[in-house]
Design a protein around this ligand. Sequence first.
Ligand code: GLY
Length: 276
Amino acid sequence: MLTGNEIREKFLQYFERHGHTRVRSSPLLPANDPTLLFTNAGMNQFKDVFLGIEKREYGRACSSQKCLRAGGKHNDLDEVGKTARHQTFFEMLGNFSFGDYFKEDAIKFAWDFLVNELKMDSRRLWFTVFEGDDQVGPDEDAERFWAQVGAPRERILRFSGKDNFWQMGETGPCGPCSEIHYYLGDDPQDPTKNRVDLVNGPGDTTMEIWNLVFMQYNRIEIEPGKYKLEPLPKPSVDTGLGLERTAVIMQGVKSNYETDLLKPIIDFAAELAVGK
Ligand code: GLY
């Protein structure tokens, strides 16, 4: 069994071995960004790098970012207590490319890390890609790259912008994304249990664990309430892997709150509550 700390370290070391610079989590209150109240993703601290406004010494980075999603564009507050996988405060593991690699390598890294490093059962993994809309076409490249690394075609599903087009807020860097979902049920080989309709569906049997965002656009407001997508200077990559959700899988439990990252806090609060 891997502890949460071991999973975090494995992730960061894996991406360091693949040329990424380890960057510290930024504070929960974003500096110099009036569009955001709290840090809601690992990419926040790199926003200006994606936009080409800021230059760094590295083209690849990885981090474990403290995030708070309790309002705004990404609001998990209403889900807490209803599902086993939502928190408002959580840690997001991420690898980033600033005009360096793009979709193909992002997908190769994600598959390799989950299947070969963490030894997740690939029969439990599902993959989603953007189905396209009137501005951006369907992500056939991502479909092809998933199939190339070994994902069965029938497990690569298309979804709309609600699930598969990521933006940090109303404005800013954004792009189509591809998510990895994990089936937590008892029999990965039973198609009546490990089912397509559970991906982005009800319940906790299948949960999203990792989102790979293919950053290609800057969403700007052209007049109040009207937005337009402008291409970024260089296609880039922003990913977010939920540490607590990954711990659920690696520790064989059913809820984020049963992992070693959160259970000791709950146990401590319970002890205080009964006055021990
Ligand atoms: N920035 C990727 C995510 O939050 O899912």
